[in-house]
Design a protein. Structure first.
Length: 276
């Protein structure tokens, strides 16, 4: 899920995760090409992206009277985890909740696993305290446990539920463990791109389903990266100019206004029905 938000494969991931997963998980390639054309993605780009997603094990080909693709059962837990991060608590963690600490040591002969661990822990929102020592708010403990087991990396890691006891000023120290400026740059880009959309929609009222879809899919594609890059640190530890709050407000308002009509648009375009 770390693709650039402008890539067709990222947009397709969003369409599957936000809509098709709740409509049976399958779509014909013709219907998908129609939907993606509304996002200014041409048919050749769609077919190329679908081929890459098939090779990655995200999608499986399946005929239902016509050629189409189903979301692979193996990736459903990944999308479920994404829902918790993207649509779950957007509030900062409480300092009293403590920390999740991951400590790992990988033999040199298996150093590829070291890279995988660093990449995955970073993507989960962990900060790097020291070589092989990573930290995140305590509420991420279950997510990291499940992820490491799913990826077959748990044998290399010790997980701890930890508390900070002493000896430095924690607020100044955590700024060396996370790249705050990089996270704030991403939040600023999101607010700059979609703040005007909130203002425009507030003036014109509820959009039609096509317009909702055209706004919602790129918006959600750009946003879904941020809850992973930002671990949701306690407010007391964040810079005074932290700009996540404004970005979250933009996301929440657009999700409230656009999600339901976007789903109706996909249903109308595909004839698919919501699953119980």
């Amino acid at each position: 899920m770390s693709d650039s938000p402008t890539r067709p494969s990222s947009l397709i991931n969003t369409v599957y995760g936000a809509f098709l997963r709740h409509l049976g998980g399958w779509i014909s390639i013709a219907d998908l090409i129609t939907l993606m054309s509304e996002l200014d993605v041409d048919s050749q780009a769609v077919r190329s992206a679908m081929s890459r997603l098939k090779k990655k094990g995200v999608l499986e080909p399946e005929r239902q009277g016509t050629t189409g693709y189903r979301l692979s059962p193996a990736v459903h837990p990944i999308f479920d985890e994404g829902d918790r991060r993207i649509f779950g608590s957007l509030e900062p963690a409480d300092l009293s909740d403590g920390w999740a600490m991951a400590v790992f040591s990988v033999p040199e002969s298996e150093r590829s696993y070291r890279y995988q661990l660093r990449t995955r822990l970073t993507w989960l929102g962990f900060g790097n305290m020291a070589p092989g020592v990573w930290l995140a708010p305590g509420r991420l403990l279950d997510d990291v446990r499940c992820t490491l087991v799913r990826l077959g990396l748990s044998d290399y890691v010790h997980l701890f539920a930890a508390e900070y006891a002493a000896f430095s000023d924690l607020r100044s120290t955590v700024s060396t463990w996370w790249d705050f400026p990089a996270i704030q740059t991403q939040y600023a880009a999101f607010t700059d791109a979609y703040g005007p959309v909130v203002e425009r929609l507030s003036r014109q009222g509820e959009p039609d389903t096509t317009e909702a879809f055209r706004h919602y899919v790129p918006m959600l594609t750009q946003w879904r990266r941020l809850p992973y890059l930002d671990p949701g640190l306690p407010t007391e530890l964040l810079p005074g100019d932290w700009n996540a709050v404004a970005a979250r407000q933009v996301f929440q308002e657009l999700h409230r206004v656009l999600a339901e009509p976007s789903l109706r648009h996909v249903q109308k375009a595909t004839g698919l029905a919501a699953q119980a």
